[in-house]
Ligand binder design. Sequence first.
Ligand code: PRX
Length: 632
Amino acid sequence: MNYQIKSYEQYQKDYAASVADPQGFWASVAEQFVWRKKWDTVLQWDFLKPDVQWFINGKLNITENCLDRHLAALGDRPAIIWEPNGTDEPHRVLTYAQLHDYVCRFAAVLRNSGVKKGDRICIYMGMVPELPVAMLACARIGAIHSVIFGGFSAQSIADRLQDAGSEFVITCDGAYRGPKDIPLKNTIDDALAACPAVKRVIVYQRTHCPVSMIKGRDVWWHEELQAVSESNLPAEEMDAEDPLFILYTSGSTGKPKGVVHSTAGYMVYATYSFVNVFQVQPGDIHFCTADIGWITGHTYIVYGVLCAGGTSLMYEGIPTYPDAGRLWDIVDKHQATILYTAPTALRSLMAHGLQPLAGKSLSSLRVLGTVGEPINEEAWHWYDDHIGKNRCPIVDTWWQTETGGIMLSNIAGITPAKPGYATLPLPGIQPVLVDEQGTLIYGNDVSGNLCIRFPWPSIVRTTYGDHERCRTNYFAAYEGLYFTGDGCYRDENGMYRITGRVDDVLNVSGHRIGTAEVENAINMHTGVLESAVVGYLHDLKGQGIYAYIIMQSMPDDAAHTQADILQTITRVIGAIARPDKVQFVHGLPKTRSGKIMRRILRKIAEGETDNLGDTSTLLDPGVVEEIMQGKV
Ligand code: PRX
């Protein structure tokens, strides 16, 4: 790949070129992919609509870039190394040739099931190699996948299935995660009670738990596969702007929205960012610990890694199973060279002390990365000292579901790192800070809301079925800018530090959760009148969830009512959205116009009660005193 940045000078040169001539810059990167037909125009854009199109009229299939083009030179190279949850089960390796064959055959299964180009396919699976196979098989025939994280509830799945109008589901009987067997198919069955449009469910057998298979609708993955023999199913020709996938993510209002990514722009930027940020070398084994149900897994376990001809090491289980040394065992066993994980995982491993590191070599590691939330300095130094042994650069990568790939990050070993800082933009990324009125904030040593003023190839194209929502969410706050929802500080040297969300989105253990979603779930519980949810600083999770709840009458047994409400949240959203703290209150601090003053609730949850700010506009200042008294 001759777009790999090799020096700090080159970074500066490439960055300048990407701003001076974005079209020329990205055309020269895109040239290095496989196209059925090249584009006519590189870019057309209007952030007001928004309408962004890259590589217009280009024709391609992303799986030809992920698979076919590597067959000649890298056919025998591992594309995916899979480490199972249990230590007594053998790992699996799929070479590029084997993965290509598997994807083609499963694509034929999909086609035989009636899947057509443009259909939306819901994938709800554990972390098994068949999950990337299912995604790539969809892409092979032009179907749009919508992967749903295995921790979401039946209700959440049903919402997403209905929103995307999916008629096909790919799932597993169950999933192993640490000591637990999670009954995925049962959850799908519950979801499908509300989704009569679903006509086919393909079930991969992983845990052999008992499952209900409905005649005419549900079929086994392995049986369907036996019926096909296509080892070289031709790839569907896709337009550059055809949607590749939908991924649902939380916003500050309403239900999660389906972020839509396009085929070519996403492919180009996923690969470009992977190759550059991690400074990928031939033979690298890239270990990303994210779940494929999130954007990190889509881009840096599947598409970016495979397009670059890399080896993706994927792990089925959790970092602490069977003990807190498991990740390090996996690194040593498979000689991982790049480790990409979340600060929350590092903090939880740090809490186990250094004993789990005893006897682990970690000498194969070359580059470390973090993603998903700000990393505190203590965790950064622990990562640097004990995992990287002070010889591996740490890349702190800031990006979002909507950006498709890494936006701000140091480039491993090439641009400087600074603990707690995502540092500098990648070429092609033009960050700006604005104040509340949208005025650009120039200069250094300044803070503001982070926006991006020019499109990059993998920018969100729309929110599925509701383009207006895409506009209001990202492009309406500040005219002519993409608004990230994050607050940010630019230091005296122009380096960026993300300070956290400035909207009503929480980041709990690196997972994005909307306060409105949690409130809606709480409000569904019998006896609840109203609720307000805020985030607070949490040692392990980064942010914890604090819920203030007004009941019709104060519960006699608060612990019991609390447990019931948590159960409702688990059913409506999933366990990841369960509040860490619940406080039953008589009232919430509201302005005279009825707006809840979350700022005050956040301060109380953080224990910062001596500086609540101006409370004079409150309808009833007395409620603040009561809430402070009852803080949990
Ligand atoms: O607040 C930022 C935080 O995660 C949000 C995006 O979440 P999601 O779409 O789920 O994608 C996560 C993985 C890319 C951002 O708006 N975030 C992500 N990376 C960082 C971060 N905050 C600080 N530092 C990061 N490196």
